[in-house]
Write a protein of this length. Structure first.
Length: 75
């Protein structure tokens, strides 16, 4: 499935399986926490966020820079 969330006033597509719907709420919570308390590297990465894929209990964040990805544990 695909949905769109807003991260730092930017719409970002999120891809996930039907069974991962609960993880979407947790993803938003984790990203907001990282924006507020994350290290500079993570915050900088979120500024160039292009898309997100939820796989199990992890979120794979893809940057607009093709070689950059970041994995976040949701639980």
């Amino acid at each position: 499935m695909k949905t769109v969330i807003e991260v730092q006033n930017k719409k970002v597509p999120v891809y996930f399986e039907e069974k991962s719907k609960k993880a979407l709420d947790k993803l938003i919570e984790v990203i907001n926490l990282k924006i507020k308390t994350g290290k500079r590297t993570v915050t900088k990465f979120l500024n160039s966020l292009d898309s997100i894929e939820i796989v199990g209990s992890d979120a794979i964040l893809y940057s607009s820079k093709e070689t950059d990805t970041l994995a976040l544990s949701l639980y």
